[in-house]
Design a protein around this ligand. Structure first.
Ligand code: ZN
Ligand code: FE
Length: 242
């Protein structure tokens, strides 16, 4: 069993605490800043053993060094960007597996947002951590990639089992959804989902996790039929004022 707890950081980031019940191994995915992570750990009485980074951006690695110092945690990140991950100990890339407690973790290379962006896939727990590549109802900006590269990364994630839960790096779902409705106004699954999202946000609640099934049915970037269509949607979103 893997417990997953969302930790709100900065203005709209999410870090995630992972606790493997069998062994007590405890990780954090993308600690933007140390304090909220420390607070969530002590509320549970958990001791941090691992730090997972999906990519190098500061809002995903800002807590690395302080937390590593404090807990002597092992930092795991993308091999293709190891030199840009503060304090990295172990680097992984496409198809590699490692053990976290009793969990087998599979790594996918999902470049496009950054050159070395990875996803962590926990098959047994049915969970994937997608950083700033796949968001609920959206996807990240292509800072270091082209539409074919980013579209291939998203397609790789979309091929995971439909009941896999998606834990992404930001709470962008409501604004993503406005663009999604603009692209796909007749999509019934999307209309229903947006009503749920609006209700959650009105109460200040997170919209995460999503699932692969839900994204396949409603995310305009997964619904694009080609890299070209993906690229024009991604460009349109940058200029979209919902
Ligand atoms: Zn980023
Ligand atoms: Fe980010």
């Amino acid at each position: 069993m893997l417990e997953i707890e969302l930790v709100a950081c900065l203005s709209d980031n999410y870090a995630y605490l992972l606790h493997d019940l069998a062994t007590g191994a405890t990780g954090v995915v993308d600690p933007s800043e140390p304090e909220p992570v420390r607070h969530a750990l002590s509320a549970h009485g958990w001791r941090l053993t691992h730090i997972f980074n999906t990519h190098h951006h500061f809002d995903h690695t800002g807590g690395n060094l302080e937390l590593k110092d404090e807990f002597n945690a092992t930092i795991i990140g993308p091999g293709a960007d190891a030199e840009r991950i503060p304090g990295i100990d172990v680097a992984y890339g496409e198809g590699e597996h490692f053990e976290f407690g009793a969990q087998d973790v599979q790594v996918f290379d999902i470049p496009g947002h950054t050159k070395g962006h990875i996803a962590f896939y926990f098959q047994k727990a049915k969970a994937v951590f997608t950083g700033d590549t796949l968001f609920a109802l959206g996807c990240g900006r292509m800072f270091e990639g082209t539409p074919p590269v980013m579209f291939a990364s998203l397609s790789k994630l979309a091929a995971l089992p439909g009941d896999t839960r998606i834990y992404c790096g930001h709470e962008y779902t409501q604004s993503n959804g406005r663009f999604a409705l603009h692209v796909d106004p007749q999509n019934k699954a999307l209309i229903t989902r947006m009503a749920d999202v609006d209700a959650l946000r009105a109460k200040g609640l997170p919209t995460i996790p999503s699932t692969i099934d839900l994204e396949r049915a409603t995310n305009p970037f997964l619904l694009a039929r080609s890299a070209e269509e993906f690229g024009s949607r991604r460009a349109a979103k940058d200029g979209f004022k919902g």
